[in-house]
Design a protein around this ligand. Sequence first.
Ligand code: ADP
Ligand code: MG
Length: 386
Amino acid sequence: MNIHEYQGKELLRQYGVAVPKGSVAFSPEEAVKAAKELGSDVVVVKAQIHAGGRGKAGGVKIARNLEEVRSYSKELLGKILVTHQTGPEGKEVKRIYIEEGSNIKKEYYLSFVVDRQTSRVTLMGSEEGGMDIEAVAAETPEKIFTEVIDPVVGLAAFQARRLAFNINIPTHLVNKAVKLMLGLYKAVIDKDASIVEINPLAVTEEDEVIALDAKFNFDANALYRHKDIVELRDYDEEDEKEIAASQYDLSYIALDGNIGCMVNGAGLAMATMDTISYYGGSPANFLDVGGSASAEKVKEAFKIILSDHNVKGIFVNIFGGIMKCDIIAEGVVKAASELGLQVPLVVRLEGTNVEKGKEILNESGLNITAATSLGDGAEKIVKLVG
Ligand code: ADP
Ligand code: MG
């Protein structure tokens, strides 16, 4: 789960991480009021969307007086901001952050990520701040430094200090940088964050070391123990189908193809998507209905797939182990009869209760193309979709 920059900064404040003063606004009037309260000569007006690259896309404006705050706020609110992270359709700006302008001397990059190779939280830093870290990694990888953190010991002060020296934080500010890193690390661990990225971390003319941007991502599997984080969720920023799926505890991810997929097991779901691509098709979603789905849940999953108007065909690929084929068949039939099925449906069932499942589908009167294997099913649905 992602949150907005202003929410991330609020969280950082609680952990003693230095961030500029600021407040969120939903209208130009609120923005002007917030700017007045800041009482700073330079105020930054920042679009709040769940995507980075706002600066380059015109989503971060420097205002030198209240009139500019008003006009920039008017310009940004309601605007569809297209950044390299939003995709071509962009994202509508519904909130803006009014923040004190910082006197930046130099920008750095800092993040904590979960490294899946080492299974450990890793601190990353670079003196190439403010730009895409992917570009730094591609062009000047020697400028990225990492510290792998022992989960028992936690981030050791010497590691934070070593990183600060490696990325050339001015010597007299290293202690401030270390304090900031330790605070960040505590926030990551306390809140089960999977990413926190500070890009840029700024050193200012006044010798502050301060987080100018904050990107958080939280592990969805740990949200049950973080009510305060769940409250920060902004449904406007998420795909409607994914919201519906999360209400039914389904692992669903919307994609931009036209073949809807209903599969059990994440591995089989990935293989199904690959096989569809192999035959020249393009999956509209990833969906793992899980091992313990009820017919009701399968029905909801099917509805979510059908609510995607790009879907021109559906491939149900179930290998029934714990999940029983008849439950899947029942759910599919229920959803199809409630919603009407206008697109071709290819079904491949295998495993527990497969005969019963096939019987339910055969007796349903639905127009179903049966498949004998994963490859056969993928090939058939790609052909039917055309
Ligand atoms: P994004 O990563 O989405 O482009 P950032 O928050 O990183 O957005 O802002 C982009 C750039 O705008 C920063 O690299 C920095 O140069 C400038 N900036 C952001 N916030 C401030 C601020 N409070 N004071 C001065 N400059 C800022
Ligand atoms: Mg940034």
